[in-house]
Write a protein that binds this ligand. Structure first.
Ligand SMILES: [Zn+2]
Length: 222
């Protein structure tokens, strides 16, 4: 029996399989990424080749998580629990390849002030000049990316963005269903612990407005 079929049957023992399941590995994916597509009667799973090195019980959990997303059902199994703890602990085994002196200093300040220096440094990268995505934390690659609009914004604002992303690393995601809630109420409570929280929100809104104006000017000059 194929691993995809096994995953389906363990997840929906009461259902009969009306689809042809196919599973392929694609080197285009970043480590541990995966997706699922459904055509009429075919469900196709595409996985990063990294999954070949992972225990089949965990891969079954991954396939089940993809099926749960596809069918929008709320369910969890031993395998989806295994998968979730695998993803949560992935950062430990991920080599740290990217860092940056400004971001690392910010990380060290925030880690010391708010997390008793207990958080292990993630990969740190500057992103594009995005005003929409100010920062992000990628669980799969253990990477914090900060928008370049904060490059010269001063330590306080940068640290606030860093704090938000480190909270994602600390709290991971919650809930046993496949739908993970990143900004949980627990997250929001902790986020407000940042010094001058309301002031920070205002300053960021202002910075975004200004950078919009500036990018308009530079576009105009070209
Ligand atoms: Zn967030």
């Amino acid at each position: 029996m194929s691993i995809a079929k096994e995953a389906f049957e363990k997840l929906y023992p009461e259902k009969t399989l009306k689809y042809k399941l196919s599973l392929k590995y694609s080197a285009k994916f970043k480590p541990y990424n995966a997706n699922v597509k459904k055509y009429q009667r075919i469900i196709e799973f595409s996985l990063s080749p990294k999954w070949k090195e992972v225990s089949p019980e965990i891969v079954i959990g991954l396939i089940q998580v993809l099926l749960i997303k596809l069918f929008k059902t709320k369910k969890h199994t031993i395998n989806t629990d295994l998968y979730n703890s695998f993803i949560k602990n992935l950062h430990i085994s991920i080599p740290k390849e990217h860092s940056d002196p400004i971001l690392l200093e910010s990380f060290n300040r925030v880690n010391e002030k708010y997390f008793y220096s207990l958080i292990e440094a993630p990969n740190l990268k500057w992103g594009s000049h995005s005003r929409r995505e100010l920062g992000s934390y990628n669980y799969h690659t253990d990477t914090i990316k900060v928008s370049r609009i904060f490059l010269n914004s001063g330590n306080e604002i940068l640290d606030y963005i860093m704090y938000h992303e480190l909270l994602h690393k600390k709290l991971k995601f919650q809930g046993k269903s496949a739908r993970n809630y990143h900004h949980t109420s627990e997250f929001k409570v902790e986020e407000k612990q940042f010094e001058n929280y309301p002031e920070m929100e205002k300053r960021i809104a202002e910075l975004i407005r200004k950078s919009r104006y500036r990018s308009f000017l530079s576009g105009f000059n070209q």
